[in-house]
Design a protein around this ligand. Structure first.
Ligand SMILES: Cc1cn([C@H]2C[C@H](O)[C@@H](COP(=O)(O)OP(=O)(O)O[C@H]3O[C@@H](C)C(=O)[C@@H](O)[C@H]3O)O2)c(=O)[nH]c1=O
Length: 185
């Protein structure tokens, strides 16, 4: 059910789907199951986004401490390529990225700890992404790093230029960015 990745603390969660003639039932998050796996989070907000076009890229985003957010991300319509980048100061995997397809079919989720950048690109039209966060939205702490920074070299599955927000199109490269996570508790 829980699978480690090659980045410590970045975890894949594959909830069981109980299929029957009506459809399916699935526990998409359970405090007991997560705590039994050593994953205790106090989620405070559920987010839901929909992107009309395939090739819509949202990222790479973070909230700075003390409003840093862990995220539990899933895709409930269509397919996305979800990416997390470890920017925890002193982490042995600092700068490393991890990507995974999340979809309404594979029902996988990605648990992104605090101290990571997070983003995704939609692989189908009308993709819907839902995620829990463990700190409230704070526009003053909201930030972005360039999705296409060559220093990160993320192989986004894109066919041409992505659809971006103005904020993401103007995001700084890692070299021009001041990492706020050194102050993380
Ligand atoms: C993230 C967020 C945005 N908003 C508002 C601000 C703005 O008017 C509108 C759209 O915001 P954004 O452009 O930041 O939305 P988006 O680009 O979808 O941002 C999200 O991207 C993914 C990859 C993440 O990891 C999230 O944490 C978040 O940063 O919604 C909230 O009210 N609450 C929130 O928690």
């Amino acid at each position: 059910m829980f699978e480690p990745t090659d980045i410590p603390d970045l975890t894949i969660f594959r909830p069981k789907r109980h299929g029957d003639a009506r459809g399916f039932f699935s526990e998409v998050w359970s405090r007991a199951a997560f705590e039994a796996a050593g994953l205790a989070f106090d989620w405070v907000q559920d987010n839901h986004s929909r992107s009309a076009e395939a090739g819509t890229l949202r990222g790479l985003h973070y909230q700075a401490p003390p409003m840093a957010q862990a995220k539990l991300v899933r895709c409930t319509a269509g397919r996305i390529w979800d990416v997390a980048v470890d920017v925890r100061p002193g982490s042995p995997t600092h700068g490393r990225h991890f990507g995974i397809e999340l979809s309404a079919e594979n029902w996988a989720q990605l648990l992104v700890p605090r101290g990571f950048l997070h983003g995704f690109v939609t692989l189908t039209p009308d993709a819907e992404v839902q995620y829990k966060v463990d700190a409230p939205y704070s526009p003053e702490h909201d930030g972005a790093v360039a999705w296409d920074d060559p220093a990160l070299a993320i192989p986004w599955p894109l066919d041409g230029a992505p659809v971006l927000s103005a904020k993401d199109a103007a995001a700084p490269k890692l070299a021009d960015w001041s990492n706020p996570f050194g102050d993380m508790p």
